[in-house]
Design a protein around this ligand. Structure first.
Ligand code: FAD
Ligand code: NAD
Length: 477
């Protein structure tokens, strides 16, 4: 028999590492198994989010936005700068330093919380008296451990176009897109979703000519239609992304230094484009391939996700799955909350995740954030609602920032006034959305928000005014 644990967590992304810490806080004996190695070949905890996702992308978004401010926005403030230069290597080094600080931070958090950490590939090999047997194959050799409970948090991997493998030189996934050593002159992006827009924005701001090819006729189909329309106007207008909808990519070929893409538009007309680099961001797929599910009979659904119920329980007793590897949005905070809930369930508490109030954020300029139902969802479900809206152009703080594009829209039940959804496009939408999440969690009405004092001048006044707008009594528009 191998080492024995109350809980084995497979994967140390924001789902797994948080689950491990919470389980240990609750007095369980926990091991977290992770196989990630960084570009230097060193084990690095934190999964996609910390290594090649949320954190590095936000670091580059901030750096590139500063460059954009310096080269295009400061002039309005009477600030002119000559001889601006860009050091991509330094920008990337800053990003890496931020990533390293956080990944090393998890190692310290594990020590502080007494979580055992094993580096290597984890897979089921059977079930015995002491629970599930998990083989961990690492650089130092192979070991089999036993765990009474297992939390699968193996995340997701990028989806490739059929027959077009990633080389992360010319044809890149998120890893490649986050680590260009120079600004590509012409950057192609297949997929106009979150990664396409965020990474497209980074390199456009730094000087790339960016073309986004999106298969669907609708832009940002998951967002509220009015927000999506405003976003399309901003991104294809002042932001400068060339966005083609209904683009059917028919071929991708490479030469030594170029990527050639052929696509058809909605009329079936053929187009050819050449790029110095291509990012393919057409969604991600659950990472279950290496788990050896057959050894224990773990069920996957038809799309390859681990099948779970509302409480993240799989078909196997004491085996749970969380995060990108299960149904629901692929968001770091969703993974973490499921991790906490599962750890608490294992410890005998009542773990719970509020799936209806998970906020979404897209970190472009303008930022986009929402929580709850979109207007089109309310219409489709026959729910009567009232809407209030406030544009940032009428906000003193947004004017001072020079970021006046966008608005806040609040949707409330026509009968009860309970807030059903809040949709924001504009400055610091990522921060503003929290007020709406808290309000919805507390079943607030739009009147509750309308009666709360909001600081002046602040962007949060736009939320206040949107709430006043629901009752048809805005004060500043
Ligand atoms: P992951 O973070 O993918 O972690 C899984 C871990 O398990 C990895 O370390 C992997 O190596 C390990 N693993 C897998 N199989 C095994 C095995 N058999 N044995 C051992 N280890 C294994 N989300 C947001 O909420 N906000 C953002 O701003 C955001 N930005 C993003 C930007 C990019 C470019 C990308 C790609 C994603 C972004 N996401 C963002 C999504 C977010 O990264 C994911 O939702 C999140 O990382 C999922 O967490 P997870 O713990 O489920 O899986
Ligand atoms: P996505 O689902 O956001 O977007 C993929 C886009 O590609 C969609 O618009 C889809 O219609 C399009 N598409 C699919 N097949 C295509 C094809 N053959 N040709 C052209 N277009 C095609 O996925 P993503 O951008 O790859 O991101 C993956 C996941 O990572 C997302 O689910 C997201 O939740 C997460 N993420 C989140 C953030 C954030 O929270 N800010 C940032 C980045 C990534």
């Amino acid at each position: 028999m191998g080492k024995q644990f109350d809980v084995a967590v497979i994967g140390a992304g924001p789902g797994g590492y948080v689950a491990a810490i919470r389980a240990s806080q609750l007095g369980l004996n926990v091991v977290c198994i992770d196989e990630w190695k960084n570009a230097a070949g060193k084990p690095a905890l934190g999964g996609t989010c910390l290594n090649v996702g949320c954190i590095p992308s936000k670091a580059l978004l901030e750096s590139s936005e500063n460059y954009e401010r310096l080269t295009h926005k400061f002039e309005d403030h009477g600030i002119s700068v000559k001889g601006v230069s860009l050091d991509v290597a330094k920008m990337q080094a800053r990003k890496e330093k931020i990533v390293d600080t956080f990944t090393m931070g998890i190692t310290l958090l594990f020590k502080k919380n007494k979580v055992a950490s094993m580096h290597g590939h984890g897979r089921f090999v059977g079930h015995g008296e002491a629970g599930y047997q998990i083989e961990v194959a690492g650089d130092a050799g192979t070991e089999v451990i036993d765990a009474r409970n297992v939390i699968i948090a193996t995340g997701s991997v990028p989806r490739a176009l059929p027959g077009v493998p990633f080389d992360n030189d010319l044809i890149c996934d998120n890893i490649g897109a986050l680590s260009f050593d120079k600004v590509p002159k012409r950057l192609g992006v297949i997929g106009g979703g979150v990664i396409g827009l965020e990474m497209g924005s980074v390199w456009r701001r730094l000087g790339s000519d960016v073309t986004i090819l999106e298969a669907l006729p609708a832009f940002l189909a998951a967002a509220d239609e009015q927000i999506a329309k405003e976003a399309y106007r901003a991104f294809s207008g002042p932001v400068g992304l060339k966005i083609y909808l209904s683009a059917k990519v028919t071929s991708v070929t490479t030469t030594k230094t170029l990527v050639k893409v052929e696509y058809e538009d909605r009329e079936g007309k053929r187009h050819r484009a050449e790029f110095d680099r291509l990012v393919v961001a057409i969604g991600r797929i659950p990472n279950t391939g290496g788990l050896n599910c057959e050894a224990v009979g773990l069920e996957l659904d038809e799309r390859g996700y681990v099948k779970v119920d509302d409480r993240c329980h799989t078909n196997l007793p004491n085996v749970f799955a969380i995060g990108d590897v299960v149904r629901g949005p692929m968001l770091a905070h969703k993974s973490s909350e499921e991790g906490v809930a599962v750890a608490e369930t294992i410890a005998g508490q009542v773990g719970h995740v509020s799936f209806d109030t998970i906020p979404w954020v897209i970190y472009t300029t303008p930022e986009i954030a929402w929580v709850g139902k979109t207007e089109q969802e309310l219409k489709a479900q026959g729910i009567e609602y009232k809407a209030g809206q406030f544009p940032f152009i009428a906000s003193g703080r947004a004017r001072a920032l020079g970021e006046t594009a966008g608005f806040v829209k609040m949707l409330a039940d026509a009968r009860t006034d309970r807030i059903l959804g809040v949709h924001i496009i504009g400055p610091f939408a990522s921060e503003l959305i929290s007020e709406a999440v808290v309000a919805m969690e507390f079943s607030a009405t739009s009147e509750d928000i309308a009666r709360i004092v909001h600081a002046h001048p602040s962007l949060s006044e736009a939320m206040h005014e949107a709430a006043l707008g629901v009752a048809g009594r805005p004060l500043n528009i």
